[in-house]
Design a protein around this ligand. Structure first.
Ligand SMILES: CC(C)(COP(=O)(O)OP(=O)(O)OC[C@H]1O[C@@H](n2cnc3c(N)ncnc32)[C@H](O)[C@@H]1OP(=O)(O)O)[C@@H](O)C(=O)NCCC(=O)NCCS
Length: 216
C-alpha cells in the first residue's frame, strides 16, 4: 500500500512546527508517558489501559515493522523548536481496498495548540500524494468532541454513527465515522498548490477546475 519511499526509516515529513518521523526504541519512555494516561487511552481503539510493562517497546517494534513492509505509516510527532521528544503519534493503515484508516494521539500537555490538526493534515497529504488511496477514513468515539473537531478541520466529512470494535476498550462502542476522498482532498489542497504541483498530483490529462484556475 505504501511506497518504498516511506519504508525506509530516514523518511520524515516536515510541517510548519513539527517533524513526523519513524518511532525509535529510544522513544518508548516518551510514548509511555502519555499513552498510559486514561484520558488518552480511553479514546483510542488500540491503547490498553492500564498500560502494560513493555507495551511502548512493543508498539515501536510493530510500528517499524508495519512501516518497513509498506502496510502502514506510523509516525512520531516531535516539535522542531525544542528538544524533540515525542509528543504524539499519527498512524495510517491500508487494507486490500483503496481505503486507508488513520488514528492519532497527542500528549495532554500539548492539547489545544493545533498539533493534531497540523500532523493529521500532513499525514493525509502524504497518503494521497504517495499512494493510490481513494479514501481516508477515521472513527471517533461519540464522547470525543476534540477528535471530531480535528477531523472537521482537516476536511473530513461526517458519514454516520454506529457501533465499532475498539479492541483495547473491550468490544463495541458508539463511534462517529468520517471520510475524506481524493476529490475532497484536492479541493482543500488547491489554494495551497502551484499549477505545476497540481498537475503532478492529479495527473497530466485532467484539466484544472474553476477553483484551481482562480487560485492560480
Ligand atoms: C483528539 C486529540 C488528538 C486532539 O489533539 P489536539 O492537538 O489538542 O488537537 P487540535 O488542537 O489540533 O484541535 C482540537 C480541537 O478540538 C477542540 N476541542 C477540544 N476539546 C473540546 C471539547 N470538549 N468540545 C468541543 N471541542 C473541543 C479544540 O478547541 C480544537 O478546535 P479549534 O481549533 O476549533 O478551537 C487529543 O485530544 C488526544 O490525543 N486525545 C486522546 C486520543 C484521541 O482522542 N485520539 C483520537 C482517536 S482516533
Amino acid at each position: 500500500m505504501f511506497p518504498d519511499l516511506t519504508s525506509d526509516d530516514i523518511f520524515r515529513i516536515e510541517t510548519k512546527r513539527l517533524w513526523l518521523r519513524w518511532p525509535r526504541a529510544t522513544d518508548a519512555a516518551a510514548i509511555k508517558a502519555f499513552a498510559n494516561l486514561a484520558e488518552v487511552a480511553q479514546m483510542t481503539a488500540e491503547i490498553p489501559h492500564p498500560y502494560p510493562a513493555g507495551e511502548a517497546e512493543r508498539f515501536v517494534f510493530q510500528a517499524r515493522a508495519d512501516n518497513a513492509c509498506g502496510r502502514g505509516l506510523v509516525l512520531a510527532i516531535t516539535q522542531k523548536s525544542t528538544e524533540r521528544n515525542v509528543i504524539g503519534l499519527v498512524a495510517a493503515h491500508g487494507d486490500q481496498t483503496l481505503n486507508i484508516e488513520i488514528g492519532y494521539a497527542v500528549a495532554p500537555a500539548f492539547w489545544g495548540k493545533g498539533i493534531a490538526t497540523e500532523a493529521v493534515k500532513a499525514l493525509v497529504d502524504t497518503v494521497f500524494r504517495l499512494t493510490k488511496a481513494e479514501r481516508v477514513t477515521a472513527n471517533s468515539r461519540v464522547i470525543n468532541p476534540a477528535s471530531r473537531r480535528v477531523l472537521e478541520k482537516c476536511g473530513f466529512a461526517y458519514l454516520d454513527t454506529g457501533l465499532d470494535n475498539l479492541p483495547a476498550r473491550g468490544g463495541l462502542h458508539p463511534c462517529d465515522r468520517f471520510d475524506l476522498d481524493r476529490k475532497g482532498w484536492m479541493k482543500r489542497l488547491a489554494p495551497r498548490l502551484l499549477p505545476s504541483m497540481l498537475q503532478q498530483v492529479r495527473g497530466r490529462d485532467t484539466p484544472p477546475s474553476e477553483a484551481e484556475t482562480a487560485a492560480q
